[in-house]
Design a protein around this ligand. Sequence first.
Ligand code: SF4
Length: 347
Amino acid sequence: MERRFLLDLSLEELEAELQGMGEPRFRARQVWQWVWRHLCFDVSAMTNLPQRLREDLANRYALQLLRTLAWERDEEGTEKVLLGLPDGASVEAVLIPEEDRRTVCISAQVGCPVGCVFCATGAMGFVRNLTAGEIAAQVLHFALALREKGERVSHVVVMGMGEPLLNYEATLRALLNLNDPRGFGLGARRITISTVGVVPGILRLAQEGRQFNLAVSLHAPEEGLRRRLVPLAERWPLAQVLRAADAYALATGRRITYEYVLLAGVNDGLVHARALAKLLRGRLAHVNLIPFNPAPGLPFERPSEGQVELFRRELLAHGVDVTVRRSRGLRISAACGQLRSRHLTQV
Ligand code: SF4
């Protein structure tokens, strides 16, 4: 019998499955707490379960986390891992430690169908969706490592490989499982879903009644340039994306973050900053500027710090709230997809 990945299940599903095995309902809650609260992935160590049930669980469910295939850490502690999936595919996840934060950036897909022209993952094409368990397991991987130091994952961003809203059900389930206060208990406001602007997904998410943060990747303030940088954007024009983001802000009361990768000489001019400010005027919005991280084979350059500062000031002068993402891990293949690309060329 093929074993199911236990992390793919919600607590309610686990209850139903265990009840189907003739177990009382509270057993599922015990298993759930072992896994999601105590980060125990060895059924034999779940000592408050009867021996017979432990054997049944081991026969029916796979519980081990993902294998580490490659690993890098920079001098600031940013750590990137390439995790192996049971079918031989692999995904990247990153831990970004800052003063009081331990943020984990996770992937929702193997490869990506969006094809942003400045992205190493986009250049790989799309391989497959991750399951809910495979998405959550990336967070649990770092949660286990941090526990050794008496620390916890404080924030999660779904901003690694892939477009989470094109893998909606699995992404949402993973995040709800991580959010569940009966287990891992990570607050929804500490979780950010980053989308390139998948309008139906944004509108659906707005109806979920959750407080997740939404980050929308714009990368350009006008349609033509945006379509050149983000090919999938052809399906969802800017005006529709902004309307959907407004609907999300209205439904949740959460401010939207607009991500903007700055590419030297492409979208980093003051004219672009002004157009971006005009687009966001009157919106519950915050812009996060991301100076491009150079990657082998990608024909773009990082703007100078001076240019980034000019862009930032222009937005500020037009009343737009803006931050610049710090360059972390420039030396550790930090842009998504780079570690995986390198690993694949080595094996
Ligand atoms: S930037 Fe994100 S959405 Fe664009 S190709 Fe890369 S992984 Fe996909």
